[in-house]
Design a protein around this ligand. Structure first.
Ligand code: RAM
Length: 360
């Protein structure tokens, strides 16, 4: 059933007026989202796994950064899935990976436009919360993908792979490449990015293992998912730490910029670089000996799963509670985990042996 006009009016009112005023004016017509034991803002009511998949829905994608090739691929995956499901796709977003205020205003715009669901990759865990909660109060389902908010600010989070898998494998690969010894640094995205920060915490934890006692993490630098800044930060790391043996860059923009810098410098092949990149960005650096191995998941599948989850939520097949299951088309069946997290799968490691099999 479509949302009532009055609820739609309230959504628009909430988006353009102070929240307090909107809450008073719309108090009787909005539905409070219920916080489940798992921690996510699971939508009220009971899931009906056999409910019909609704058509004609609109899902608004709000990536961390538009014109970042990673999100172009991810969102295209979402668009394709929505088309297959008979629903519509739209994309809004900022071109800077650190424009949190811009993301907030896009959430408000999508609420005003009365979309059925929002799929958002958050630049910051808390900054979008007020706006997203307002959207949920107006029956808009909220799915985060790639980079999460606090769990109570969305119905479900589509995680590219478990943070544990992503963080630990990057340290393990780097340790192997530098012979388990020497100084390393991390080149991250924005300082507030939920996903990179979660992975970095796990990397630090992995490094506590005594087998890495000769490896020292000397710095975490931030390139803000800006190519130029990431390039300069790489240069700065090597100037400040002349004994640096390796850089882990868990961002597609960062690893590409670092590879570009290293491949044109005397450090090529000597200072190791791994992290998360797209095969198309990294192919030439693997072939020219700058990079041995890096990893990623298929961003198109991440976008597809975000879209399919949004539609399953809007159709009432799931509410975001731990243990609920749903069918995600060709991707198979997924079960919602703790805190409303849905893991896409395991990351893939790319190297000279397999990189030509991938095109994204
Ligand atoms: C960048 C973004 C994104 C991250 C990938 C690996 O494109 O920071 O959030 O998941 O890298």
């Amino acid at each position: 059933m479509r949302k009532s006009t009055i609820r739609r009016t309230c959504a628009a009112l909430a988006a353009v007026t102070s929240l307090a005023l909107a809450a008073t004016a719309c108090g009787g017509t909005t539905k409070e989202d219920v916080k489940n034991e798992g921690g996510s803002a699971a939508a009220g009511g009971k899931a009906d796994p056999n409910a019909e998949t609704k058509k004609g829905l609109t899902v608004g994608f709000l990536p961390k950064q538009v014109n970042n090739p990673y999100f172009t691929v991810a969102d295209k995956g979402g668009e394709k899935a929505l088309k297959e499901l008979g629903s519509s796709y739209k994309e809004v977003g900022t071109s800077s990976g650190t424009d949190t205020a811009g993301q907030v205003s896009y959430v408000n715009t999508l609420t005003q436009q009365q979309v059925d669901a929002i799929a958002v990759s958050a630049q910051d865990p808390g900054a979008l919360c007020t706006a997203l909660k307002q959207a949920m109060k107006n029956d808009i389902k909220v799915v985060t993908y790639d980079s999460d908010t606090n769990p109570d600010c969305r119905n479900a989070f589509i995680s590219q792979a478990s943070a544990d898998d992503i963080g630990r494998t990057q340290v393990q690969q780097m340790a192997e490449q530098i012979g388990n010894k020497g100084e390393i640094a991390i080149l991250s995205a924005a300082q507030t990015a939920t996903n990179q920060n979660a992975w970095i915490e796990i990397m630090k934890d992995e490094l506590k293992d005594p087998k890495y006692k000769d490896i020292k993490l000397v710095k975490v630098a931030y390139g803000d998912d800006d190519a130029q800044k990431s390039f300069q930060q790489t240069q700065g790391l090597l100037q400040e730490h002349p004994n640096l043996k390796g850089i882990i860059s868990p961002t597609t923009v960062g690893i590409k910029a670092a590879a570009q810098y290293l491949s044109g410098s005397k450090y090529k092949g000597k200072v190791k670089l791994n992290g998360l990149g797209t095969p198309n960005d990294m192919r030439k650096y693997v072939k020219n000996g700058t990079v041995e191995a890096f990893e990623l998941w298929d961003p198109a599948k991440l976008g597809e799963l975000a879209a399919r989850t949004a539609v399953a939520l809007s159709s009432g097949q799931i509410t975001g509670k731990e243990g609920e299951t749903f069918k995600a088309g060709g991707l198979g069946e997924y079960t919602i985990g703790k805190d409303g997290v849905i893991d896409l799968g395991k990351p893939t490691v790319f190297n000279a042996g397999n990189i030509d099999e991938f095109d994204f």
